[in-house]
Design a protein around this ligand. Structure first.
Ligand SMILES: [Zn+2]
Length: 419
């Protein structure tokens, strides 16, 4: 049986992916971007004294601007570490450096930025690097799906090899059989036809086994295998023990499907829900299915749309928020520093810059002051904060799965209500 490791919640994974995308494009003007990975149980005072040493060493850096940037980054990180009483249970990753507001911006326009990540599973080892880019390999390795299940969907004509992991199903390879039809050509003796057919099937099974080994060992490292298909071919294939014993021993279940090959893979996954139930794709399927059926049943226990969901959160009436990972919206809050009036708005990623300019330049509608404070938050983070206040949950729905796409057609945001 496959051992299930502890699963990351969808919000943590969303954050990690987002930071990875954002940081992978950042370049320092010199060797001045600091990446720091602190594994669990490493005392923070150890880290701080290490950083103090680095601060001292940095004084030998020749370039004025690089030296200043490195030392500023180290100070900023040490200040941040002081906010923690102890190292978080899974450790802590910090990325800090002087970054230009946009690529190609002139030197001197950089501002010191700090990103921190508390990952969903333990950081494996300590790392400190100062480079012209951030070191993201460890983080990238950590968000790789741990659980990958292989699928073989086989009948007389073809075999589809696929993998399912996280919220994706991928078809990796299709092997066609070339096996003659059930009916022999005129003049051929029945025995000769049967022999020929057997040889062809035998060769076909061997080919499927060879491809399986390549896909499920070489390309991917699967933790279990599900075999599906229409008719008895899959059973012959398994009984004949064509597969590498490591795959043969790791068959989790065999399911009957109406299709095989490429089309059969998805069906095989659907019919193996019990076995795959803690894969994210099955969880999402459940969430979206319940959401859609609640909408059609008209009980009034779901809402969708940004305003409706936020209203329900404000009333404390939300159990779970569902939101598409690529809803790509930003929440702005502008507070007048003089009279305290608060204005909120939510904009799309595309109109971010002009909207922000507008909000900054607008005078307060109450007192006409130009002194305002702007808070900018990713919409999903905003929802998470709001949900936390009332003890509700947020589920980030992938937009790659079939169910995720369906959910997106409702605007990519919805909520299950409490009453
Ligand atoms: Zn005002």
């Amino acid at each position: 049986m496959v051992h299930m490791t502890s699963k990351a919640d969808s919000v943590t994974l969303y954050r990690m992916r987002k930071i990875l995308v954002e940081l992978s494009t950042k370049k320092g003007s010199g060797t001045e971007l600091v990446s720091l990975y602190i594994p669990p149980k490493k005392p923070l005072y150890d880290v701080s004294s290490y950083l103090k040493d680095e601060f001292g060493k940095a004084s030998y850096i020749k370039s004025d601007s690089t030296r200043k940037h490195v030392q500023d980054a180290l100070v900023k990180i040490m200040q941040r570490l002081k906010l923690y009483k102890e190292t978080p249970e899974t450790g802590l990753a910090i990325f800090c450096g002087a970054l230009p507001p946009n690529p190609g911006a002139p030197p001197g326009s950089e501002s010191m930025e700090l990103y921190e990540v508390i990952p969903h599973k333990p950081i494996p080892s300590y790392l400190y690097r100062c480079d012209d880019h951030f070191h993201l390999e460890i983080l990238r390795e950590m968000i790789k799906e741990e659980k990958i299940i292989g699928i073989i969907s086989i009948d007389n004509n073809e075999a589809g090899l696929g993998i399912v992991s996280g919220s994706r199903i991928d078809v990796i390879d299709v092997v066609t059989s070339g096996v003659s039809g059930k009916h022999r050509a005129g003049g051929q003796s029945a025995r000769r036809f049967e022999r020929l057919r057997e040889t062809e099937i035998n060769n076909y099974f061997k080919r499927v086994a060879r491809h399986s080994k390549k896909v499920f060992f070489g390309q991917y490292e699967i933790q279990g295998l599900i075999v599906g298909g229409s008719g008895p071919t899959k059973d012959y294939f398994l009984k004949g023990e064509y597969l590498d014993y490591r795959l043969q021993d790791n068959v989790l279940t065999v399911v009957d499907t109406s299709y095989a090959g490429r089309e059969g893979i998805r069906e095989t996954v659907e019919k193996s829900e019990d076995i795959l139930q803690d894969l994210r794709i099955i969880e999402e399927k459940e969430l979206v299915k319940n959401f859609l059926s609640d909408i059609s049943s008209d009980k009034g226990l779901v809402v969708y749309g940004i305003d409706e969901v936020i209203n329900s959160l404000d009333m404390g009436n939300v159990n779970t928020v569902l939101v598409s990972e690529d809803i790509n919206r930003i929440y702005f809050q502008v507070t007048c520093k003089r009279c305290g009036v608060v204005k909120e708005s939510i904009v799309t990623q595309d109109s971010l810059i002009p909207e922000k300019q507008k909000l900054i330049s607008e005078a307060c509608s109450e007192c006409n002051s130009n002194e305002t404070e702007l808070i900018e938050k990713d919409l999903i983070e905003f929802l998470v904060d709001k949900a936390m206040e009332i003890g509700a949950k947020v589920e980030v729905i992938s937009s790659k799965s079939e169910d995720g796409v369906m959910f997106k057609s409702f605007g990519g945001i919805g909520a299950f209500l409490r009453y």
